[in-house]
Write a protein that binds this ligand. Structure first.
Ligand SMILES: Cc1ncc(C[n+]2csc(CCOP(=O)(O)OP(=O)(O)O)c2C)c(N)n1
Ligand SMILES: [Mg+2]
Length: 683
């Protein structure tokens, strides 16, 4: 990692400020030092609001502390002096409170987290959770099994990292937010995770006893019911009143988050309960409740038999998989069901549900297949109305299915409905059979039942169906390849060229695409070969931008211990919601290749503006206003470098892209993050 100045960690800030302050105070008098100090350091001083106590000409304390030149070794006065904290500042020594503890609630909380199998803890620090923070770093990180603290630069990044992590690891990571203000920052990312049905173990500090709030800020950061602001889009929350209560609610929170539909849960943890001594000492800490094996809800037997009967007797069945494969097992089960039926599978690409090059993968033919289908099985459909309904450009709707077609849904979301946020989408009528159950847990029974009911004489017909579908898959792929060649040598670089150059570099390795691919028109799904669950993780959930860059890093963190090569194609707009994530990537040394799909725009919004302007017959020449990210262009490679991440670009010539990716991947293979800025087309 490149450090701006060769000083020890922690010394940089004091050093820069001290130097600048002296310069600010003494002006031309400190000629030698002034020559070293850059104008930026002065700006830093002004920004920090340093008041000049010695403006009258009194020496500042830095000068006062300088050793007697007769006794001290000679110092090169051109070199800045390494600072020690200002003696009068609070950082010089901790405040003496005459309080020492031999136990604390925070350590118990750490033990509870570890009992749940939590390995990572992400946070932007805040004093309402210092009791846990200190316990993590001084206890959890130093004793087995070690917790790892991930430092983030925004609470949205903490939550989104945990979101991406869970989609690879299959379990929650912990993140902690500062009361009120931190939770407000985290809210958007929580909504994404909620709508994406992803587990996160979240905690927020809570200053409950008003008589022990120390100052005005403590009051400003306190809320009577902090979790209320995100309750509409968390699966469950609680505010424990004792350590024993914390233990029980932590296990319950974990259990709820890992019971389909998965979701984020939140504990508001009393600041004093974290900080204070355990009454009676560590040995009097409450027991840690046992986490049971959590069994997901499967479909009712009669309903499963009925679904099997419809599927077996169908001439043109279609399987639609949305957030269906929660685990690698889900993908395998879906392959089994598809093969036993020789039925097409259309994947929404919200999860890695089905191998991309399996001949029965017909994702790009969804609309055509639905139009001919006689039975549709929709697994965890997020939007069944849009699936079963065709809407024309005037907003008129009609069934997307032929008359008489049967509709079956299996959806765990129906088990825990909430009413405010409208993530359930429009009500889909005409469904014949709706199983309120987890699709993955229901698949084994359904497969068995399909096999049991399948007449022996159907084999030839099934084989013929399979062959026709395999032909269609081949043709689709050939068409996608042909269309990808359009504009191959263009600059800005075409999106297919960008995707294929990336694939060319990673295809021989154990790779994992840790970003959603909708903004690349799902070209990886059309052109790459992938058959493992961890090779793709889907997108935001609630389509909230700012997710991709941090979620990607969380997923890469989960991939790290498996030695997988994590690659993310991230929008320039998305990245700029929270570019500080690059610093976290460098600081934590998480190997990951960020490919910036730099179309210098919120391109999605340009497309929407074009439609509106056209409708109003006003032309499209001004629709870029408010949507382009240019003038000035952002140099993402320079931005990455400034935070210690290897950067390449801006790459404008498609011929330069392969070599740039190769150099960046060499860095990633060594265990560090890298970024390649690809100046590219919209979609
Ligand atoms: C939090 C949030 N703000 C705004 C939007 C509206 N929005 C949807 S896509 C998009 C553009 C994102 O830009 P980028 O990541 O560069 O992707 P591009 O469309 O350019 O490929 C925006 C602003 C949103 N979905 N979420
Ligand atoms: Mg963009």
């Amino acid at each position: 990692m490149a450090a701006p100045v060769d000083l020890k960690e922690g010394e940089r800030l004091h050093h820069g400020r001290g130097l600048a302050r002296r310069q600010f105070l003494k002006g031309a008098a400190l000629g030698g030092v002034a020559a070293v100090a850059a104008p930026a350091t002065l700006a830093q001083t002004e920004e920090a609001g340093v008041v000049a106590p010695a403006a009258s000409g009194q020496p500042d304390s830095g000068t006062a502390r300088q050793p007697d030149s007769s006794t001290a070794p000679a110092r090169n006065t051109n070199e800045p002096r390494a600072a020690t904290p200002h003696p009068r500042s609070e950082e010089a020594t901790p405040r003496d409170e005459s309080l020492t503890y031999s136990s604390c609630g925070g350590d118990y909380m750490v033990d509870v987290l570890r009992s749940l199998g939590i390995e990572y803890f992400a946070a932007t620090p805040g004093n309402t959770f210092m009791g846990i923070h200190e316990a993590v770093v001084n206890y959890g990180m130093l004793t087995q099994p070690n917790l790892r603290f991930i430092t983030t630069m925004h609470e949205e990044a903490s939550v989104a990292m945990a979101h991406g992590y869970a989609k690879i690891a299959g379990k929650p990571m912990a993140c902690m937010m500062h009361t009120a203000v931190g939770l407000q920052h985290g809210a958007m990312a929580i909504y994404n995770a909620y709508a994406d049905r992803v587990p996160i173990f979240m905690m927020v500090g809570a200053s409950i006893d008003a008589t022990r709030r120390a100052n005005a800020v403590d009051w400003l950061h306190a809320a009577t019911d902090g979790p209320a602001m995100v309750r509409d889009f968390t699966k469950w929350d609680d505010t424990p009143g004792s350590l024993r209560h914390f233990g029980e609610s932590a296990v319950r929170a974990y259990k709820f988050s890992m019971t389909p539909p998965y979701g984020p849960t939140l504990l508001a943890v009393d600041t004093l309960m974290q900080e204070d001594e355990i009454p009676g000492g560590a040995r009097a800490a409450p027991p840690i409740p046992k986490l049971p094996r959590v069994a997901p809800p499967a479909g009712e037997e009669g309903a499963v038999k009925e679904a099997a009967r419809l599927l077996v007797s169908a001439e043109r069945p279609v399987i639609y998989a949305d957030r269906a494969a929660r685990t690698p097992e889900g993908l395998q089960l879906l392959v089994q069901l598809a093969e036993v039926l020789q039925a097409p599978v259309c994947d929404s690409n919200n999860r890695m549900n089905f191998p991309w090059r399996h001949p029965l993968n017909q994702s790009r033919r969804l609309r055509a297949l639905l139009g001919e289908a006689d039975v549709v099985l929709a697994l965890e459909p997020g939007d069944p109305f849009s699936l079963f309904t065709a809407t024309d450009r005037h907003g008129n709707t009609r069934s997307a299915l032929a008359a008489g077609a049967h509709r079956i849904t299996i959806s765990s979301v129906e088990l825990t409905p909430k009413g405010n946020y409208q993530d359930l989408q429009r009500f889909a009528s005409e469904i014949d059979l709706a199983m309120a159950a987890d699709a993955e847990a229901t698949l084994p029974m359904l497969i068995e039942e399909v096999k049991r009911q399948m007449p022996a004489g159907r084999k030839a017909a099934l084989d013929a169906r399979g062959r026709a579908l395999a032909d269609a898959h081949r043709q689709e792929m050939e068409a996608a390849r042909e269309s990808a060649a359009d504009g191959w040598d263009d600059s800005p670089i075409s999106v297919p060229r960008m995707c294929m150059e990336v694939y060319e570099q990673i295809k021989g390795e154990d790779w994992s695409l840790v970003s959603g691919a909708a903004f690349q028109s799902h070209l990886p799904q059309a052109l790459w070969t992938a058959d493992k669950h961890y090779q793709y993780i889907g997108a935001q959930g609630a389509a909230g931008i700012g997710y991709m860059a941090p979620a990607t890093l969380g997923a890469a963190l989960a991939n790290q211990k498996h030695g997988r090569l994590s690659v993310s194609i991230v929008g320039d707009g998305d990245l700029m919601f929270g570019p500080g994530i690059l610093w976290s990537a460098a600081h934590e040394r998480i190997p990951l290749l960020y490919v910036v799909h730099n179309n210098r725009a919120y391109h999605m919004e340009i497309m929407q503006m074009q439609v509106i302007a056209n409708r109003r017959q006003r032309g499209i020449d001004r629709v870029h206003i408010g949507c382009r990210i240019e003038d000035p262009n952002i140099n993402y490679a320079a931005m990455a470098k400034s935070m210690g991440v290897y950067g390449e670009g801006p790459i404008e010539n498609p011929r330069d892209l392969g070599p740039a990716l190769k150099r960046a991947l060499a860095v990633v293979r060594k265990g560090e993050p890298a970024l390649v800025d690809v100046v590219s087309q919209g979609r």
